[in-house]
Design a protein around this ligand. Structure first.
Ligand SMILES: [Zn+2]
Length: 219
């Protein structure tokens, strides 16, 4: 049985790693050629793309797109689903910065997708026990509603389900959000699907974006 002392230690090792990491981050700013400019750049938000990605620890958009602080507006949620909060966050970024592109970024080996599939795909971890967790149950139901008739006919039904989930999320963004729909119709916004391959590090952009192709460098 855990006593008061034990409770104080919970998470301490993790917290220490986080503290040490932030110290290294601050040290890097201090040792930059122009520390004042480096610090000022941290406070500059100038995103040219909105990324709706998965919370999976292997898929941090700033790292896989090799991008600096302030350049990507990122929303991360298990299996990159779009509920009211996620769509509202995208609408905020569009209104604030007028980004010309939204990327819905799924990834191979997505645990949320495997947990929502009717049959566990080979290599997948067992789904988490969602008994007693109404929020996790609701999340899995939301992902499951995207998969619909995802069948096991292909050699890689897990990745097929990941692709289907990305496409359904894109359809939702375009149909549920009036600002997103208007911008697509006006040729001001492209909504693009992509799959990050955790095995190789490659991002595969899917065909047929919703909306116009625009050049983010032309603004
Ligand atoms: Zn995932």
């Amino acid at each position: 049985m855990a006593g008061q002392g034990d409770l104080e230690l919970v998470g301490e090792a993790s917290l220490e790693l986080l503290r040490a990491g932030n110290e290294r981050f601050l040290d890097a700013i201090e040792s930059a050629p122009d520390p004042a400019a480096a610090a000022a750049s941290l406070a500059t938000a100038d995103p040219y793309a909105i990324i709706l990605g998965c919370s999976d620890s292997r898929v941090p958009p700033e790292i896989v797109f090799d991008e600096y602080v302030g350049r990507l507006f990122v929303i991360r949620v298990a299996s990159n689903v779009a509920g009211n909060e996620e769509i509202g966050t995208i609408e905020y970024a569009l209104a604030r910065w007028g980004c010309p592109i939204v990327v819905v970024l799924g990834h191979t080996q997505c645990g949320g997708i495997s947990a929502a599939m009717s049959q566990l795909p080979p290599g997948a971890d067992p789904p988490p026990d969602s008994a007693g967790s109404v929020h996790l149950t609701s999340l899995l139901a939301s992902i499951r509603s995207h998969l619909g008739w995802a069948s096991g006919l292909s050699a890689d039904p897990w990745t097929d389900a990941v692709r289907m989930n990305v496409r359904r999320t894109i359809e939702q963004l375009a149909s549920w959000s009036i600002p997103i729909r208007h911008r697509i119709d006006a040729g001001e916004l492209a909504v693009v699907g992509a799959i990050y391959h955790v095995e190789t590090g490659e991002v595969e952009f899917l065909d047929a974006p919703q909306g116009a192709r625009t050049d983010p460098r032309s603004t």
